[in-house]
Unconditional design. Sequence first.
Length: 742
Amino acid sequence: MTLPLLWVKVRFMSSNPAFPSSQSQTDGASVEMAGVVERIVFSNAKSGFIIAEIKPEKGDLFTVKGVLPGLRCGESVLVKGRFSVHPSFGPQLQAESFSVRMPASVEAMKKFLGSGLVAGVGKGFAEKIVKRFGADTARILNEESGRLREVAGVGEGRAQKIKVAWDEQRALREVLMFLQSYGVGVRRCMRIVHRYGTAAPAMLREDPYALARDVDGIGFRTADKIALNMGVGNDSERRLDAGLVFTMGEAETEGHTALPVDELAARCSQLLRCTEARAAARVSVLISEGNLRLYLGLVQLPGTAKAEEKAARALRAICGSVSRLPAIKVAAAIDWAEARAGFAFANEQADAIAAALESPLSVITGGPGTGKTSILRALVDILRAKKLKILLASPTGRAAQRLSQSAGLPAATLHRLLRYNEAQGGERKELDADFVIVDECSMLDVRLCAALAQAVPAGAHLVMVGDSDQLPSVGAGNVLADIIDSGAASVVRLRSVFRQSEGSDIVTVAGQVLCGDARMPAAVSVEGLARGSLPECSFVEVDSPEALEEAVVTLFTRWKREGVAPLDMQLLSPMHKGRSGIQSLNSALQFALNGDSQSALEDGAGQLYRVGDKVICTRNNYDKSVFNGDMGIVTKVDSSEGALSVRFDDEELVFSRMEIVDLVPAYAISIHKSQGSEFAHVAIALMPEHMVLLRRNLLYTAITRARVNVVILGKSVAWKMAMAESRAVERFSTLCQRLRTA
C-alpha cells in the first residue's frame, strides 16, 4: 500500500553497529534503522505528518519520512524503508513500515515518563522513578507497580493512577500498531482503548466486528477488512450476521428504529456485495435466534424493539389512568390565569391549557412566537394554586434553562430528572409528581421516551411540548410525530403567530421557509459584517468556501469585540467535512477567537485545546452527568495529567486524557446538534456543497435557534435548493402502530 508522508527528524541508534553514512548509501537503497524518540517538533494527526528528533547511541541527526501514527517521546522505533539524500535536510529514510517498542534505555524511559503521556508523572517524578528502579523500571511498571510507593511522594492513589495510565498507553500503542495499516487514526484508537481498556488488543483479535458495533467512528468496512485479513470468509455466516446487525445499527444512526425486510437485505447486499436473497435468508435465521425482532413486516434490533414496546405500553397506561388532579373548573381556571397574565388568551391557547388539565397525556405543538410560553406560565400558575407537585424537564441543559425562565419554576434535563443511564437499561423509579411538563419533545428518541413514560406515576399528567416542524431527534425514532399521528394523546396545534406582530423578522422568515416562500432575508455585504448594522435576519452572499471562512471569522470577531459571550454566539453548518464544513470552520474560528491563549493541550490525535475554548460533548457520560450536545468552556489544562477542566453551566468537570476524545471544539456545530438550544446570535453556513442535506425543515430549525439575530452566509442558489426540498426524510418506526394497537 502507498503510505502518506510523515516527516521525522531523527538522531538514530542503529540496530547495526553504526548507521551507514550517506556516502555508503545510494538513493533507493533498502535500510532498516532503530532509534529513540527524543522530541516531537511538529505533528499533524490527520495527514500523519510529524517532525521529531530521535537520539541515537552513535551518529548524527537523520531524517525519516513515513507513517508513524501516535509517535511519542522516549519510544524506540524500528523503521524499514529506502534511503535518500535531501538537498536541504540531508540523509533521509522513506519509511515503508515501522514498529514501536517501549523505552529501551534508562534515558529513554526517563524521557517517556516525563513527556506527559503517562498521567500522574511529570518530569520530576519521572526522574525519581527511573533513579530508583533504573533499567528495571519497565518491568516494575508492568509486574510490580505497587513498588512505586518506594519513590518519595508516590502514595497508593498516585501509584494506581500511574499503573492505569502506563497500561493504557501500552494498549493504545498495541492498538495503533495493529490498526495502522487500516487507516484508523489516533483519536479512534483512543476511543477503542477507552471502550475496552487494556483488553482492547485481545478484543480486536477475538471479534473485530465488535468495533463497528461498540466504537463511534469505526465503520463496518474497517472492521470487515480486519476480519477478512484474519481469515473470516467472504461468504461466511459470521460475516453476513455481523453485516446485517451493523446495517440495522447504521439505520438507527439515520433515525430509523426499524427497516422493512427487503430494505435491510438490499442495504446489506450492497455493503457485503452478496445477493439480496442470501442476506434475506440470514435475516430469517437471526430473527429465529432472537438476534433481530420482527413486527408487522419491520425488522428491529432487540433493544430498540423493547424500547418501543415499553414506550407504547407506558404511554397507553398514562392515557388510561384515572387523573389524580383535584376537581378543577377549567373555564374558571383559564379566566383566573388570564387575569394574572394581564391579557386574554387566544382560543387555541385556551384549548391547550384545557387539554393539559383534562387529559392525562397531551401534546402542544407549534413554532416560535405561537404562545407556548404564555400557556406554560398559565398552567404552572393554575397548578401551583392547587398546591400540586410539578416537574419541568427538557432534553438539553440550555432548553431546560429556557423552560425554567418561561414557566417561572426550576427545570432539569431529562437525564438528570430520570437519572437515566442507557447502559443500565434506562429504567428508573417513578417520579414524585402530579404533573410533568417536557419541552422540546421533537428531540426525544425512543429510548428516552420509554424511560420518561415509564417514570410518570399512575394518575399524573404528562404534557409534551414541541415543534413538529423541526428536524426529528438525532437518536432513533420519530417520537413526537408518532404520538401525534397515533391519536393516543390530546393534541393542540398552535398556528397563530403572536410575536410576528411585535416585528420579529426571525419568526417571519422561519414561517416563510416552512411555507416555501423563497423570498431572501435582507441582504448584507461582506464589508458590512465588520461594522455595519445587522438586521434581525440577514443573508450574506459569498462566492467560495474560502470567502465563507473569511466572512465567518469577520462576523464572529465583531461579536466578540461587542462583548458577546462565547456560548451566546454559534455557527451552524449542515455538514462536517469539506472547506465549508464544521471541522474546517471550527479550526478557523478557534484560531481567530482564542488562538492567543497560552495554556494549551493536545489530545493525542492532533486536536489542540486552549483555556477559553468552547467545546461540546459528543457522547453521554453518565458518570459525569454530562450528555451528548452539552456545551461548555475549557477553564484549565493540565499538561502533566493530560487533562482538561470544562465548565458546563454551573459545574466544572475534569476530563482525563482518554475521556477528552468525547469532546470536540464547538465554535461550529451541526444543525442537528443545535436542536433544543437557543443562542442570542446565530450564523448559518449555506453552500451548494451541502445540497444532499438541504431542505426546508433543516433551514427552519437553524433559523429558529436564534433569539436576537441570525446571519446566513453562503450562496443564494443554496437557499433556493433548501426551499425547493419540502419533503422530510421518512423514518421507519413502529411506535405509532404500537400505540394504536396497544
